[in-house]
Ligand binder design. Structure first.
Ligand SMILES: [Zn+2]
Ligand SMILES: [Zn+2]
Length: 351
């Protein structure tokens, strides 16, 4: 990190030592709700989200234009549109620059991929209401989820732990993992519209377990839409009259979630749609490669892969990973009941 990021690193460490930031200390105070209820799909991607695999062929994780996401979300009853692309805020900023949108309805978000450095396990954290400097510093801190969480606390940014059991496959004992999560986060994605109900159930069980230990975890909902069809299918609702008030209400825990999760066939269809978009763009000259050689590499690999695609390889990969995920969720659900509140006295960030 540069000197600016280094200074931020020091302040992050101070924040870690000092515990919770002023926003969390403020959180939890009872305030009357404003009269109007607003809905926002708190987790949605656009074509600015890259895919972390096979980067040499320039795949995206989503091909939805930000303006299309904005329009569709509003058509489906959302009052606010939160864009949470992978490790970038470019899609949200481009949308704000578009003269056809009502900027007051757009929430700039980012899904930051970060790590538990001791195990290498990745986790995704949605951060909301951030600016370009926040984005830069968060990316610099992303090697350690503790630094990311500390930065958000220090800046008073709403941050939500996404699908916490998607990447958990026993890298550390469940008790230790849960203790880490509860120490770092006050908000978790209780309803992710891109994963199956079992995985959402495991997060809801985690929240119930935490509540039994005296720690309130606020549940947030979002579609995790990677295709337009899913936009606005899961959401968070809070009483507010503007986007900043909405974020503050969610931060205080004055919100509820609604919508549906995904199914294995639904996920297969989503993946097929993203792959179809990749090929369609590549073969019509709208791929991401810059330069003839890069295009040749993309086209050669994509064409050679067509047999595997036609044989249903992506569907098999989704099916196997879903079965693995279901088994993992069941293990978590079974394990949560046996956890003991060994560190309950140390955390109470919402008070
Ligand atoms: Zn994610
Ligand atoms: Zn996502």
């Amino acid at each position: 990190m540069g000197s600016e990021a280094g200074a931020a690193g020091n302040s992050l460490k101070q924040s870690l030592r000092g515990g919770l930031g002023p926003a969390e200390r403020r959180a939890g105070r009872a305030t009357p709700f404003p009269s109007r209820s607003l809905k926002a799909d708190m987790h949605a991607h656009t074509c600015y989200s890259g895919w972390r695999h096979l980067r040499f062929i320039h795949p995206r994780d989503c091909y939805t234009e930000p303006l299309a996401l904005y329009k569709t979300s509003l058509e489906r009853g959302m009052d606010l549109v939160a864009i949470t692309d992978h490790d970038t805020i470019e899609g949200a900023l481009r949308l704000l620059d578009n003269g056809k949108v009502d900027a007051s309805k757009v929430i700039v978000g980012e899904e930051v991929e970060c790590c538990f450095p001791e195990t290498g396990q990745w986790v995704h954290v949605n951060v909301y209401g951030l600016g370009e400097n926040d984005h830069r510093l968060l990316q610099g801190a992303s090697r350690d989820v503790r630094e990311v969480a500390a930065y958000c606390r220090e800046r008073g940014l709403l941050h939500v732990l996404n699908h916490p059991f998607q990447s958990y496959h026993g890298q550390k004992p469940l008790q230790a993992y849960v203790e880490d999560l509860l120490e770092l986060f006050t908000h978790a994605e209780g309803l992710n519209g891109g994963v199956d109900d079992l995985q959402n159930l495991a997060v809801q069980a985690l929240c119930a377990k935490a509540a039994s230990w005296g720690k309130h975890i606020v549940q947030v909902g979002g579609s995790d839409a990677h295709v337009l069809r899913r936009a606005g299918r899961a959401w968070t609702e809070a009483s507010a009259s503007s986007a900043p008030e909405f974020l503050e209400a969610v931060r205080r825990g004055h919100c509820k979630v609604g919508g549906t999760g995904n199914t294995t066939p639904g996920l297969m269809r989503d993946v097929a749609e993203v792959i179809w978009n990749y090929y369609a763009r590549l073969y019509t000259g709208r791929g991401e490669a810059t330069g003839r050689f890069a295009y040749f590499v993309d086209a050669a690999f994509a064409t050679l892969s067509l047999c595997a695609i036609a044989a249903g390889l992506p569907a098999w990969i989704v099916l196997i990973s879903q079965l693995r995920q279901k088994a993992s969720s069941l293990r978590v659900l079974g394990g949560l009941s046996g956890l003991v509140p060994s560190i309950a006295k140390d955390y109470n960030p919402l008070s």
